[in-house]
Design a protein around this ligand. Structure first.
Ligand code: SAH
Length: 218
């Protein structure tokens, strides 16, 4: 995606209405920042934020946190959300490599939308669905591990499906053509998705759950 340089991006981000400057301070206590105990859903790699912002508008009883490592796109999410009145949205600048710094058993759902595919085998560890990342996520989930993903990239999708299953996830919903499936109801589009749909590219979608923690508690 080509990006126009935003002047003073850093300042705009720091002053963002929903931007959290020191997210590590809220590890284990995000409920205090939202001032309620509603479920927390996060998107890792939210880009310019269309998906997470639209979700926050649509589902006021769910708390949404968008995580993004690059200022150049995060600044767009900040600008869009500044124009809205939302009590259930927070935006964070962070590298998901260190996602365990931010959450402790408090996330209900992780959304991974159009994640970087890292096509080379030697970069497989960087994929957000690699065993390496799935292990990190285990510690941030509150109950069941629940990952919902969309991507145009069939290689990444197939890899992720295998990786999730190997980690003990059950794939409850899956399609290689979201727009010709029943899962399209209630679908909220991302920026990448809008571009791919305009070019008639098929969107892969899956919803996977691992109920490990429930089992352990018994
Ligand atoms: N979800 C958006 C953007 C997809 S592009 C959409 O669907 O339109 C993938 C995004 O993930 C990029 O903005 C990239 O900067 C971000 N990203 C990739 N690796 C990341 C990481 N380790 N931590 C946080 N963000 C990451």
């Amino acid at each position: 995606m080509r990006l126009k340089h935003v002047k003073n991006a850093d300042k705009i981000i720091e002053e963002g209405l929903y931007y959290i400057k020191k997210p590590k301070e809220y590890k284990g206590k995000w409920n205090t920042i939202f001032k309620n105990n509603n479920p927390i859903y996060i998107e890792i790699g939210m880009g310019k934020g269309d998906f997470i912002i639209e979700n926050a508008l649509t589902y006021p009883n769910i708390n949404f946190i968008g995580i993004e490592k690059y200022d150049s796109v995060l600044v767009r999410a900040v600008q869009k959300s500044n124009a809205l009145e939302l009590s259930n949205l927070k935006l964070v600048r962070y590298n998901a490599e260190n996602i365990e710094d931010l959450f402790d058993k408090e996330v209900e759902v992780i959304y991974l939308n159009f994640s970087d595919p890292w096509p080379k085998d030697r970069h497989a560890k960087r994929r957000l669905t690699s065993p390496n990342f799935l292990k990190k996520y285990t510690n941030i989930f509150k109950n069941d591990n629940h990952i919902i993903m969309k991507t145009d990239n069939t290689s990444l999708f197939d890899y992720s499906k295998d990786s999730l299953q190997e980690a003990g996830y059950t794939i409850n919903k899956i399609t290689n053509d979201l727009y010709h499936s029943t899962y399209i109801d209630n679908n909220i589009q991302t920026e990448y998705e809008k571009k791919f749909i305009a070019r008639n590219v098929k969107i892969n979608y899956l919803d996977a759950i691992k109920g490990e923690k429930h089992d352990r508690r018994r």
